[in-house]
Design a protein around this ligand. Structure first.
Ligand code: 13P
Ligand code: SF4
Length: 321
């Protein structure tokens, strides 16, 4: 029987708490696991069974014994969970939560590029569609990209899709010359080095940490570059007490939890707008998660053929990670 819970994400803490209780009850009743990315709103991170970066979430999805995986992230992440768990029900609170990187590389365009460079292997950043994964030889995340590329033979020709910023960063770090697809993240790419540096100048004690999806000018001036999980590990182990953070705003919640005594300044395109809120990640709400658990929908559905083909490069990544 459906339980009615009235709540909106309007800062009404009492209603949010009752909705969170109801989500907890439904998760238990249905043996569902809630996986959440670090860019989710704080309430979702707090109620999740596991919060992580793309790599850890894929590993978690592979290892879960739950019957239902509810993925609070964006579409390609939930698809990856489904590819790794064809027999489980994988739910997504809002199926329109996409990603500008995944949108930047269409399977037909990649097919054409592969035909042009038949001697190149295709290394795809996990931020791509299941169809693009089917055309890939290996998948990577920002958490393992350098390790994976360093493990490939030095003379291996590589076509890297779809993030030119992450690909360029890997090229500079490894001395490779991977051919880069021209996609980028609409959130990270627009962070401007000049403004980020101004923020750093205003807080000279702070170190600058950045996600590799940022543009090269930002990465060049960063003190540390890494995935969301790597940035969290860095602030925990580093001796500084303040950081300018060049990534999506959601990570601040985890940063404050891990290092409550430290100070974080989020780098935005200006000091006032919410430009580095990912519009896709932020589509998920407690209400949609609750609805999704009640209805067991929207569900990720993929053909057996796509699952079989897309699982190969993902499994290869997990073995190499
Ligand atoms: P992470 O793998 O670092 O969590 O990044 C995922 C992502 O979409 C960043 O924009
Ligand atoms: Fe995609 Fe960028 Fe949003 Fe990450 S932050 S999901 S890369 S649009």
């Amino acid at each position: 029987m459906e339980t009615r819970v009235s709540s909106v994400h309007d800062g009404n803490r009492k209603e949010d708490l009752s909705l969170m209780d109801e989500i907890r009850r439904l998760k238990k009743q249905k043996n569902a696991v809630l996986l959440a990315h670090y860019y989710q709103i704080p309430e979702i991170q707090d109620i999740a069974d596991f919060v992580g970066d793309s790599l850890a979430l894929a590993q978690q999805a592979k290892d879960t014994t739950a019957d239902i995986i509810l993925f609070a992230g964006v579409h390609f992440m939930a698809e990856t969970a489904k590819i790794l768990n064809p027999d489980k029900k994988v739910l997504i609170p809002d199926p329109t939560a996409g990603c500008s990187l995944a949108d930047a590389c269409k399977a037909d365009d990649l097919k054409a590029m592969k035909a042009e460079y038949p001697d190149h292997m295709v290394l795809s950043y996990v931020n791509c569609s299941a169809e693009v994964k089917c055309l890939s030889d290996l998948i990577c995340t920002s958490g393992n990209a350098l390790k994976l590329v360093n493990a490939l033979p030095v003379d291996q020709k590589i076509l890297f899709v779809p993030d030119r910023n992450l690909g360029g960063y890997i090229n500079r770090m490894t001395g490779r010359n991977m051919r880069l697809w021209p996609g980028c993240c609409e959130v990270h790419d627009m962070l401007e080095a000049e403004k980020v540096l101004k923020l750093k100048q205003a807080h000279p004690e702070a170190r600058l940490i950045a996600h590799p999806e940022c543009n090269p000018a930002v990465l060049e001036v960063a003190d540390f570059v890494g995935s969301t999980a790597a940035m969290l590990k860095f602030i925990k182990e580093d001796v500084s007490n303040a950081y300018v953070v060049a990534t999506e705003t959601g990570i601040l919640h985890a940063m404050h939890k891990i290092c409550p005594e430290k100070t974080f300044y989020i780098a935005g395109t200006d000091g006032t707008c919410g430009c580095n809120d990912c519009p896709h990640m932020k589509k998920n709400t407690l209400e949609k998660i609750h609805r999704c658990l009640v209805d067991e929908s929207p569900e990720i559905i993929l053909s057996d053929e796509v699952i079989e083909m897309a699982s190969k490069p993902i499994e290869a990544m997990l073995r190499m990670s």
